[in-house]
Design a binder for this molecule. Structure first.
Ligand SMILES: Cc1ncc(COP(=O)(O)O)c(C=O)c1O
Length: 396
């Protein structure tokens, strides 16, 4: 008999995928240039030339047996050393190579991190709005995902709701900052408060509550700021990083788990990840990519386009009367829809060739997400469509 759990998942519609397919089909009718497709979070700027040059150099000069051979189970040593050195330099941390485990993107990092610090049957707590893939990531590990309702004003953490939902079943808390879908960056104040809450409840419950910090957008921050580095605030943190977004390498499937050196059982967690990967089959990310990234891990793509796009959209949305928290980073913005039913709102937007995603699936009903990782010229051309849609449908 085939597995009923996975079979039943086939019936669940992925709204982002459905909308993206709609955009592609509409593009075939009127030209994709005329469809304002804000559905997908795929970087719109290429990886830096230095990364391409490094790949070419490696292929020309390095030993093919090393480039295309298996990497060690716990990762390529140079990759681990360079990542540790980079994090130490940038965030004044004290990682060694032994605290770094290479993974297939942030998805792979979270898959390992949650398994390392929970056992099947435990609960993982996260905060709305959240990346909808957390559901399969968590339930796929035999865990229950519990969602703390959003602070619908600023999209920091809703601490009064957190207090209600925290109990002994919770083995780990999963956060995402800068956040998909809101674009909000958690403040130092939020992270300090979260850390002291987790410390307090760990003492009260007599077991350590781990913090899993999903941070693929860590470098995509605006207004000359930096996102606070989550591990600085709570020792028992596993940082899950990905080079998919800031280095524009989503197809290469490369990231890592960085275990805080002072984390409970820190010396065991990376070797345990090696064991977890045997069960997952997600072992040993490609050697050539680990090597190439180890020499380019301090670089990013030209991320300036995302800030330009953020400004254009934020200014227009506020001018049109939308309620919206200004994103501090990422390439997402999450305004409040002009009617309560955000699914209906996004459906109406399609008439204007605007592809907007209702945020219900992100745990924020009544809001919608725009992924503005698209050409600035297209963002500019979409603004009259946004205005026409808002005025004609909502009389604004
Ligand atoms: C918040 C968040 N976490 C994790 C992921 C997965 O990232 P990756 O492609 O590196 O696996 C994404 C991808 O969009 C994301 O937005």
């Amino acid at each position: 008999m085939i597995n009923e759990t996975y079979e039943s998942m086939l019936n669940a519609k992925n709204i982002i995928r459905v909308l993206s397919e709609f955009a592609t089909a509409r593009g075939e009718e009127i030209g994709y240039d005329n469809v304002f497709d804000y559905s997908l979070g795929n970087p719109s700027v290429p990886a830096p030339q230095a990364f391409t040059d490094e790949m070419i150099r490696l292929l020309r000069e390095e030993d093919p047996m090393a480039l295309h051979g298996y990497s060690p189970t716990l990762g390529n040593p140079a990759y681990k050393e360079q990542i540790a050195a980079s994090l130490n330099r940038r965030f004044d941390m004290h990682y060694t190579a032994g605290h770094i485990f290479p993974t297939t993107g942030a998805a792979g990092a979270i898959a390992h991190a949650v398994r390392a610090v929970t056992k099947p049957g435990d609960t993982v707590l996260t905060f709305a709005p959240y990346f909808p893939e957390y559901q399969p990531y968590i339930t796929g590990a035999g865990l229950t995902l519990r969602v703390v309702p959003a602070d619908r004003e600023h999209f920091q953490i809703n601490f009064s709701e957190l207090e209600k939902l925290m109990d002994e079943q919770v083995a780990a808390v999963l956060i995402n900052t800068p956040n998909n879908p809101s674009g909000v960056v958690y403040s130092e104040e939020t992270l300090k408060r979260l850390a002291s809450f987790l410390e307090n409840r760990s003492q009260r419950f007599g077991h350590r509550i781990f913090l899993i910090s999903d941070e693929p957008y860590r470098e995509i921050v605006f207004d000359g700021r930096e996102a606070p580095y989550v591990s600085k605030f709570y020792d028992h943190t596993l940082s899950c990083y990905s080079f998919s977004k800031a280095l524009s390498l989503p197809g290469e499937r490369i990231g890592y788990v960085a275990v805080h050196p002072a984390c409970e059982k820190a010396d065991k967690i990376v070797p345990m990840c090696g064991q977890i990967s045997r069960g997952l089959g997600h072992n040993c990310p490609p050697s050539i990519i680990q090597i190439a990234v180890s020499n380019t891990c301090d670089l990013t793509s030209d991320l300036s386009v995302y800030e330009i796009n953020r400004n254009l959209l934020y200014d227009k949305l506020t001018e049109l009367g939308y309620t919206v928290e200004k994103p501090g980073g990422t390439f997402y913005i999450m305004p409040k829809a002009m009617e309560e039913d955000s699914v209906a709102f996004c459906e109406k937007a399609k008439k204007y060739d605007l592809i907007l995603v209702p945020a219900d699936g992100f745990g924020a009903p009544g809001f919608f997400r725009m992924a503005y990782c698209i050409d600035t010229e297209k963002v500019r051309r979409s603004l009259p469509a946004l205005e026409k849609f808002t005025r004609e449908e909502y009389g604004k």
